[in-house]
Design a protein around this ligand. Structure first.
Ligand code: EPS
Length: 396
C-alpha cells in the first residue's frame, strides 16, 4: 500500500514528507523533485513569496545512489524565510508577539480556533496554508516516476480563471506539457490566455482574489485500477477524495460528470468499439468518446482519465472587505491583512497532478504488487498481455 504523510507549517523551519510502500529500484534524483517543485511555483497571480521561495531539499532516507530502497522515503523542504519567523514560530515555550483574532471568512481560521480552543488564528492558518502542497508535489514526483515505468503520463492545464474560460480547444497530450508550462497561466488555449491574465490583473488591482478550474489528464492508464466491489475501492471515490483534499477545492468533476446528469443515457455514455491494434491499455476495446473520464464502475477503463477541479477564490484578500467578528471582543470588523496570492489556480493543477499520480500509483501497486520496480513492471506486462482471457478458460 502506498501511503504518505506530510508535516510542517507554512512559516515553520521546513515541511517534511514521508512516503511509504514504493518498490525498490525506482530511479529518482533531486532534479526530478526540483523540476516538479519549480512547476508548482509558476503561474501569473502568485504572491511575492513564490519569487523568492527556493524549496531547498534534503533527501533524508529511502534513496541511495539515485534509486529507491523500498524503505520509507523521508524528504525535507526547507522554508526560505525561517530565520525571519524563527521567534514567531518557535517550538520553545513562549507567546506570539501578536494574536490574530479576526478570522478570514472562507478560511480555516474560525472553525479551527473553535475546534482546537486557540486564541490565535496563526495556530490554524500555518498548517491550513497551501504551502503544504509543496510536500504533496514531492510525494507525487515519486508516484509519477513509478507510473512512468508503465508508461502512464499525467498532466494538467488551466481551463478557467475567474470569468475567463478556455473554449473547446483540443486537449493537450504529454508532448504538449512544456507548452502548457510555458503559458503564464498554464492554459493550452492561447486564444484565452490574455483574458485570463486580464482577469488576474483586475482582481489584483481591486485587492481581490480569483478561483478557477484546472483539468488533469492521465494518459495510458491500464484498464482495471480500482474496483466495483466496495465503496472504498472505487477509483472515482479515491480520486474525488484526494483531489477535494487540495486546499480551496470545492468541486471535482470526472469526465463530463456534471453535464451528463441532464442528458439521456443514449447520449451520456461512451460507445465501445474493438480495434486490436489499439490493445495497449484496454485490451483493444476503445471508447469513442471520453464522457466517463476513463472510469466505469469504480474501475479505470483504459480510456483517457479526465478530472476537473474547481477552486474557490482564495480566502486571504489583499484588501480585506468581508465582514467578520473579532473572537476576542466579539465586535464586527474585517480580517487582518495576510500576505497572499491573487490566484493559485495554475499551481493547483500541478498539485492535482501529484494527487492523481499518488492515487493511480497506489492502485497500480495494489494490482501489480512487486517489491522491486522490475517485478512491478513484469506483473503489469503479464496482465496486459493476457487482458480479455477468462479466468479459467472455457466452462466445463
Ligand atoms: C498561502 C499564502 C502565501 C502563499 C502560500 C500559500 O504564503 P505567504 O503567507 O508566506 O506569503 O505564497 O503558498 C506557498 C507558500 C506555497 O509554497 O505554495 C496561503 O495562505 O495558503
Amino acid at each position: 500500500m502506498l501511503r504518505f504523510l506530510t508535516a510542517g507549517e507554512s512559516h515553520g523551519r521546513a515541511l517534511t514528507v514521508t512516503v511509504e510502500g514504493l518498490p525498490a529500484g525506482l530511479a529518482i534524483d533531486e532534479a526530478d523533485f526540483q523540476r516538479e517543485l519549480g512547476r508548482r511555483r509558476l503561474g501569473y497571480g502568485r504572491g511575492p513569496r513564490m519569487r523568492f521561495e527556493v524549496d531547498e531539499l534534503r533527501l533524508l532516507a529511502g534513496i541511495r545512489h539515485g534509486r529507491t530502497l523500498g524503505s520509507p522515503i523521508a524528504i525535507e523542504i526547507l522554508n526560505t524565510e525561517w530565520p525571519k519567523w524563527e521567534e514567531e514560530m518557535s517550538p520553545a515555550p513562549g507567546r506570539p508577539s501578536k494574536l490574530h483574532t479576526q478570522p478570514r471568512p472562507g478560511h480555516a481560521d474560525l472553525a479551527g480556533i473553535q475546534k482546537y480552543g486557540f486564541d490565535d488564528a496563526r495556530d490554524v492558518l500555518e498548517r491550513a496554508s497551501a504551502r503544504e502542497t509543496a510536500a504533496r508535489v514531492v510525494a507525487g514526483t515519486l508516484a509519477k516516476a513509478l507510473l512512468a515505468t508503465i508508461d502512464v503520463g499525467i498532466l494538467s492545464h488551466v481551463v478557467g480563471l475567474g470569468a475567463a474560460h478556455a473554449g473547446e480547444a483540443p486537449r493537450p497530450t504529454m508532448a504538449d506539457l512544456d507548452a502548457v508550462d510555458t503559458s503564464e497561466v498554464r492554459c493550452f488555449d492561447a486564444s484565452v490566455e490574455a483574458a485570463m491574465i486580464a482577469e488576474v490583473k483586475a482582481a489584483a488591482k481591486a485587492g481581490d482574489s480569483l478561483g478557477g478550474i484546472a483539468e488533469v489528464l492521465a494518459y495510458n492508464v491500464p484498464v482495471g485500477l480500482g474496483s466495483h466491489v466496495h465503496w472504498d475501492r472505487k477509483i472515482d471515490g479515491l480520486l474525488a477524495q484526494a483531489l477535494m483534499s487540495i486546499q480551496a477545492i470545492k468541486a471535482v468533476e470526472l469526465g463530463d460528470g456534471i453535464d451528463v446528469a441532464s442528458r439521456r443515457g443514449s447520449d451520456a455514455h461512451d460507445a465501445i468499439t474493438y480495434d486490436d491494434s489499439d490493445a495497449q491499455t484496454s485490451g483493444g476495446y476503445v471508447r469513442t468518446t471520453a464522457r466517463a473520464g476513463g472510469i466505469e464502475g469504480g474501475m479505470t477503463s483504459g480510456a483517457l482519465l479526465v478530472a476537473r477541479l474547481f477552486m474557490k477564490p482564495l480566502a486571504s484578500l489583499n484588501r480585506p472587505t468581508l465582514a467578520t467578528v473579532d473572537v476576542a471582543t466579539k465586535e464586527a470588523t474585517v480580517s487582518w491583512k495576510e500576505r497572499t496570492d491573487v490566484t493559485a489556480v495554475p499551481a493547483m493543477g500541478v498539485v492535482a497532478e501529484a494527487m492523481t499520480a499518488l492515487v493511480l500509483a497506489g492502485e497500480a501497486q495494489r494490482k501489480f504488487g512487486g517489491d522491486s520496480v522490475a517485478e512491478f513492471c513484469r506483473n503489469h506486462a503479464g496482465y496486459m498481455a493476457h487482458l480479455g482471457e477468462t479466468l479459467s478458460g472455457p466452462r466445463p
